[in-house]
Design a protein around this ligand. Structure first.
Ligand SMILES: Cc1ncc(COP(=O)(O)O)c(C=O)c1O
Length: 409
């Protein structure tokens, strides 16, 4: 079965399709279902939730529903999931909440591949006596698994790495890395931001300790999701108001407090996925988690064909240097492509394509350490990035290819 793209695209505001959008790794379009939910919350129940009045009770119910559905979607329990402003703040708060358990000389392994969100907050712990150990990447921008084996030891307390690179799109072996870390008694903190728009999250299957992603890349509002195993959340030091008890897992790692209307709008992601599942499957799985897994299989299959189409083009141009795997298979990558073009300033490419109504990006995308380590960053220039989502069409990829052909020398 194929993804019915006409049906998919009808779920979004029609004006989105006037441009061929390939900056999805930065932030994805939001379907009408999400817009309707945020509008209903703000139009009908924008009051402080949790008091006895009907309006306040309804507000609380809407917030709780959004939270519960997102936990279900990733196979977690509600109190294992903190929903806060962004992944960047979630990692920062998590690092501060965990550091008290560790001693001077304990080690944290941080991958060079990380977006800065899963890097800087751990590196700051050097101020508290932790040793930060760099996990280098290979010359083609992959995690170096042999290096990891030599870095892990009995002093390792945590390994921070991305599930997927937001530069290369390569999928990392999250289960294997997690197992290796666990073998020496270390925890893992996995940045799933570049993965979650493309592969269904299944935190329990992977046995990860902490897993993060951002809803605004998963067709939702601008919020971040932090999953943690309850035993680790319990041991973490609460970062919120002093009167929240340490076993209040929902609040202890969210000192800024929840954004009510946005959490209520998360239900719209579930509405969207449910309508796609009902449309595509005669006998959908029994749980929302199961239906999400099935749906993402369709996304992955469609995205693989887009990746193949675009890679055929990139691989045929000798002047384009792709960063990461020159392979399209869905087991290997998601459709996020970064490259440089010989003799062309990267920053000129998105501007040229914008004139043809095609949206792509350029820069270091906050994976600055990674691109620096490969020697790919000039002071004023980075890499070109084109990233697809399940709602992109083969026609749009053709437009992208035609525009590159037109504008590149
Ligand atoms: C791989 C990756 N990790 C983390 C982040 C940061 O997410 P947030 O904007 O929610 O802090 C991004 C954002 O682009 C990202 O691409």
């Amino acid at each position: 079965m194929n993804l019915d793209l006409d049906f998919v695209r009808r779920q979004y505001p029609a004006n989105h399709w006037h441009c061929a959008f390939f900056e999805n790794a930065g932030g994805a379009f939001v379907p009408n279902a999400v817009i309707d939910r945020i509008s209903a919350y703000m139009g009908q129940t924008q009051v402080q939730p949790g008091y006895p009045s009907a309006i306040s009770t309804a507000a609380a119910e809407r917030i709780n529903l959004g939270h519960r559905l997102m936990a279900e979607m990733i196979g977690a329990d509600v109190d294992e999931v903190t929903i806060a402003a962004s992944t960047s703040i979630n990692v920062y708060v998590l690092a501060q909440a965990l550091r008290h358990q560790w001693n001077t000389g304990d080690e944290i392994i941080v991958s060079t591949l990380n977006h800065e969100a899963n890097s800087g907050p751990w590196r700051r712990l050097a101020e508290f006596g932790l040793n930060i150990v760099e996990w280098p990447i290979t010359a083609n921008g992959s995690l170096d698994m042999f290096a990891l084996d030599s870095l892990l030891n009995e002093k390792t307390r945590l390994v921070a790495f991305p599930h997927v690179s937001n530069i290369t799109g390569e999928i990392n072996a999250v289960k294997i890395i997690t197992q290796k870390a666990h073998n020496v008694g270390a925890l893992v903190c996995v940045d799933g931001v570049a993965c979650a728009p493309h592969r269904a999250v299944a935190v329990k299957n992977w046995d990860v300790d902490f897993y993060l992603f951002s809803f605004y890349k998963v067709f939702g509002p601008h919020l971040g999701c932090l999953y943690g195993k309850p035993e680790h959340l319990l041991r973490a030091k609460g970062q919120g108001h002093y009167f929240f008890p340490e076993d209040d897992l929902l609040h202890k790692l969210n000192p800024a407090g929840p954004n009510h209307e946005s959490i209520a709008a998360l239900t719209g992601i579930a509405d969207y996925f449910e309508s796609l599942a009902a449309h595509h499957f005669a006998a959908p799985a029994a749980t929302f988690f199961g239906r999400t897994q099935e749906l993402y299989n369709l996304f992955a299959q469609h995205e693989e064909s887009l990746a193949r189409q675009f890679l055929d083009y990139l691989n045929n141009r000798a002047d384009i240097s792709l960063i990461g795997p020159a392979r399209y298979e869905k087991e290997v990558r998601v459709p996020t492509f970064s490259f440089q073009v010989e003799g062309v300033k990267s920053s000129t490419v998105p501007t040229a394509l914008a004139a043809d109504n095609i949206a792509i990006g350029e820069g270091h995308f906050y994976a600055k350490r990674m691109l620096d380590s490969l020697g790919l960053l000039q002071t004023d220039d980075g890499v070109v990035r084109c990233s697809m989502a399940h709602y992109n069409t083969a026609d749009e990829v053709s437009q992208l290819i035609d525009a590159l052909e037109k504008h590149l020398p």
